[in-house]
Design a protein around this ligand. Structure first.
Ligand code: ATP
Ligand code: MG
Length: 324
């Protein structure tokens, strides 16, 4: 079947690369924070440092953390601020090479074979070469990410890696260490310039050390009150200032409780927007109880907080804010 030629293949550029069109990568940690802030991402300094180093040294960035703390958003923001294409590989159990990297277009190959037969083609070797050439290749995200654009290499987001299984992680090693992948019938395809790679995990299981070793690692934590308020002001500017402060103080207290699932930044944003949609400009026991479902996603957690506990937290929050 295969001609067994292991020739190295350079990923063809979609267009010729041009530095003039390539927005400059940030040159310092401060510049990285400013770049992210330009797209309304309020990063703590340690995260900006990890992003800066990963861009500077061309190493993948591995972001681990609880749900809704801004891991996926980093990749989106980098793609938009650097003017790069975002190539997203959403991981799931059973994800295989055919969905993640490439597959052959069997129906088109079959048609090609039929046509060749109809035309009386005799040269089987030439036909094999032809049907296993790039025009019959379906490029999935990992392969797409090896292909640069005019603005430079794309941002490859490998999202929620903990949902896949170990054989897939092993397959990723070649891509992450050498920015290349091997197609047995075609050869090794290598990126001329490495893509910007962001991997995320919710840590539902540990990711193999071999993957982590190839990446910069950063644990994305819940933001402190000051940063969460800054996020809220940027992402939900229509929310009344007093309401934003109360929401943040309330959520920060909830995160100290022993709940089944703590609210992330995503939930803080949802809650403030829901309260604003109800014309609230400050929290009351009634509005808290009525809207807890936008903040907590497990009935046991809602039952624990609703009523007396919500009132207690709310009076603490109001006392704290009034004392300022
Ligand atoms: N530091 C931040 N600055 C601005 N927005 C943020 C920040 N952190 C989180 N967000 C917002 O919170 C929401 C959730 O972020 P995101 O989807 O990136 O979370 P995640 O960590 O990938 O969550 P999951 O693990 O559930 O996929 C987004 O709307 C994002 O804009
Ligand atoms: Mg995510």
């Amino acid at each position: 079947m295969s001609s067994n030629t292991q020739r190295p293949v350079k990923a063809a550029a979609v267009n010729t690369h041009s530095d003039a069109l390539n927005p400059a990568l940030p040159q310092s940690i401060d510049a990285t924070m400013a770049l992210l802030a330009g797209a309304d991402y309020v990063a703590e300094r340690s995260l900006a440092t990890a992003v800066f180093l990963s861009l500077r040294m061309g190493r993948p960035l591995f972001l681990e953390g609880e749900a809704g703390v801004g891991k996926t958003e980093i990749a989106k923001v980098l793609a938009s601020t650097l003017g790069r294409r975002l190539v997203r590989l959403q991981c799931y159990e059973g994800l295989d090479i055919a969905q993640a990297a490439y597959e052959w277009n069997y129906p088109r190959q079959m048609i090609e074979i039929r046509l060749a037969e109809a035309e009386g083609a005799k040269n089987r070797e030439a036909l094999t070469q032809d049907i296993f050439s790039e025009k019959f290749l379906i490029r999935r995200p990992l392969l797409q990410a090896l292909q640069p654009d005019v603005a430079g290499p794309p941002v490859l987001l490998i999202d929620e890696l903990d949902r896949t299984d170990e054989p897939f992680e092993a397959y990723l090693l070649e891509v992450l260490s050498d920015f290349q992948l091997t197609i047995p019938e075609l050869g090794t395809i290598k990126a001329e310039q490495p893509p910007i790679v962001i991997l995320t995990s919710n840590r539902t299981r540990e990711i193999h050390d071999a993957i982590k070793r190839r990446c910069f690692y950063h644990w994305v934590d819940y933001p402190d009150a000051e940063r969460e308020l800054a996020i809220l002001r940027r992402k939900a500017p229509g929310v009344a200032e007093r309401l934003s402060q109360e929401v943040v103080a309330f959520v920060q207290r909830l995160r100290k409780m022993d709940l089944f699932k703590l609210p992330g930044v995503a939930e803080t944003l949802d809650w403030s927007k829901a309260l604003t949609a109800l014309d609230a400009i400050a929290l009351s026991p009634q509005t808290v109880n009525d809207t807890l479902g936008t903040l907590l996603k497990y009935q046991d957690d809602i039952a624990r907080v609703r009523g007396t506990e919500a009132e207690r937290i709310l009076s603490e929050v109001q006392a704290e804010l009034n004392a300022r």
